[in-house]
Design a protein around this ligand. Structure first.
Ligand code: 6LW
Length: 522
């Protein structure tokens, strides 16, 4: 029998949202300052996935310039209704809340093209969409409570959306302020019309160790909502730090073809119960119904390591991949995993003959702009990345290297700089915004330089010429240490450090090879 192994989408895939249309499942997750934004992943069995497109994939759809790390695109929801695919999401600027906001896009084909974003007159984050039997559209989302009873109390609002007027219409209703007195961040709300009732699923406790799932029900979409007496109905927080999977929450329900139900939600793999360099990942959880209430992982009460998908057929649709399939692969320019910062990969680089030509930019990795950077999520705790850079085009004073990135404030790189006296190797570390550079000596003149990064759990080692040159500790780079919402990215970059850029590098090879353990664990 086909089994889904958790996490079903490893690496930074937080705030997952899923819908079913025909025989396909479509899933989106948050992408923050990385573009293209909001990958649309399709599966026929919830095991094998393919990226069919991205919602934010054209220049100018949204303005990301200056948006700091862990701002950008938060918690999208994907739904199918009225003959269209709908995605609703928020563009967040954490320093300037007057920028961005909630927006809606639609597409006939989930692969795109998606419409230009329609900005909505609704504040807060984590918007979602529900359709009723009459074809009316109900938008809902989370915002800080207007009249809070405690700090970081939030409230969930619902309001009708008129497709004809392309606007929110009618009265707004506040339907939920959390299940538990004093609990923070009732968020990630999703409403469902199930068997004649409205069911609300919401996260609570904050998207960290104390994350939880609460549910409520109502006869009318606008409430009143009655919370489940079992709330919070799902969490890993009571398992303590001994649990290797923490922070489970932010669930979205979806029916399966055999009448069963499932949920996707985020959780973190934290070997020490605290640190999770891979970020918040997407997990699958079985859902059953008892007395009209959803029960998550009935009989177990925690995310399963793997779950059978009895209705899945064995023949994999062509073009699909499982997370574990990505062994020893070269990430070619056509690979949908490539991302750039606040710009599309094609805006900072050019695909040429199977490699990327990356013109040097003045920006360093430390500013919230679009540096010459291309990278992929780290999706496996144990992985070897090999990056071959053709540095012939690098001008004097310019550097290029391989970087392990949390944000502009926290990252570690192994770099090559062209100096008057030839190439030099250096380590570039930025800790909470403080840069630190160490010269590691001269390199023999060469057209290409091969740099490596080997991750084994929390231990990261940068290599050149088969030798360890820099070490980094994943516990210092993960979001529980640095703040923010992201997992780590591994990429290549080039900079003239503020001077007028003249040169370029070519990424002639970028190989991402998960090192599978004996148990086949990832
Ligand atoms: C997401 C929200 C959250 O929008 O983190 O703290 C945000 N809570 O649900 C970014 O993933």
């Amino acid at each position: 029998m086909i089994e889904a192994v958790n996490p079903i989408l490893p690496g930074c895939h937080p705030d997952p949202s899923i819908c079913r249309a025909g025989d396909g499942y479509y899933l989106v997750s948050s992408t923050f300052e990385y573009l293209p934004g909001l990958p649309v992943m399709r599966s026929h069995d919830l095991v094998r996935w393919e990226t069919v497109g991205h919602v934010i994939d054209r220049p100018g759809m949204l303005d990301f310039d200056g948006i700091g790390s862990s701002g950008g695109l938060y918690a999208p929801t994907i739904r199918h209704g009225l003959g269209l695919f709908w995605v609703i999401c928020t563009l967040v600027d954490r320093e300037d809340p007057s920028r961005g906001g909630n927006f809606l896009v639609t597409a006939e084909d989930p692969a795109g093209p998606w419409s230009d974003p329609l900005m909505l007159d609704a504040d807060g984050i984590d918007p979602s969409i529900a359709f009723d039997e009459e074809g009316r559209v109900w938008l809902h989302g989370t915002r800080l409570a207007r009249e809070p009873e405690w700090r970081d109390q939030t409230e969930v609002w619902v309001r009708e959306y008129s497709p004809a007027e392309r606007a929110l219409v009618g009265e707004e209703h506040v339907i939920w302020r959390g299940a538990v007195t004093g609990a923070v961040w009732a968020e990630g709300p999703h409403l469902y019309r199930i068997d004649g009732a409205w069911v609300l699923v919401a996260a609570e406790g904050g998207t960290e160790f104390h994350h939880a799932v609460s549910v409520a029900r109502a006869d009318e979409v606008t409430g009143p909502y009655l919370g489940d007496r079992a709330n919070p109905v799902f969490t890993h927080r009571h398992l303590g730090r001994a649990s290797a999977v923490i922070g489970a929450g932010h669930a979205d329900l979806v029916p399966a073809p055999d009448g069963s139900w499932l949920a996707v939600m985020l959780a973190m793999r934290a070997a020490d119960g605290r640190h999770y360099p891979l970020g918040r990942e997407t997990f699958l959880c079985p859902v059953s119904w008892e007395d009209g209430w959803p029960v998550f992982a009935a009989g177990e009460g925690r995310l399963p390591r793997a779950l059978p998908i009895p209705w899945a057929v064995d023949a994999a649709p062509s073009g699909s991949w499982q997370p574990d399939d990505r062994t020893a692969g070269d990430v070619t320019p056509a690979d949908p995993r490539w991302t750039a910062l606040r710009a599309l990969p094609a805006e900072v680089a050019e695909a040429e003959g199977g490699s990327w030509r990356l013109p040097v930019r003045a920006a360093s990795l430390r500013e919230p702009t679009s540096p010459a950077f291309l990278g992929v999520r780290q999706q496996h705790a144990d992985v070897d990345v090999r990056c071959v850079l053709d540095v012939r085009g690098l001008a004097e004073g310019e550097s290029s290297g391989i970087v392990l990135r949390q944000s502009e404030r926290d990252h570690v790189a192994l770099a090559v700089t062209r100096t008057r006296d030839g190439l030099r190797l250096s380590s570039e570390r930025c800790r909470d915004g403080d840069p630190e550079r160490h010269d590691l000596g001269a390199l023999p003149e060469a057209d290409e330089v091969a740099l490596g990064l080997e991750a084994r759990g929390y231990d990261y080692v940068f290599t050149h010429g088969g030798l360890e040159r820099v070490a980094a500790d994943g516990r210092e780079l993960d979001a529980s240490s640095t703040g923010g919402f992201l997992g780590l990215w591994i990429g290549a970059y080039a900079t003239s450090a503020g001077a007028a850029p003249r040169g370029e590098v070519r990424i002639t090879r970028f190989a991402y090879a998960p090192a599978l353990t004996e148990q086949g664990d990832r």
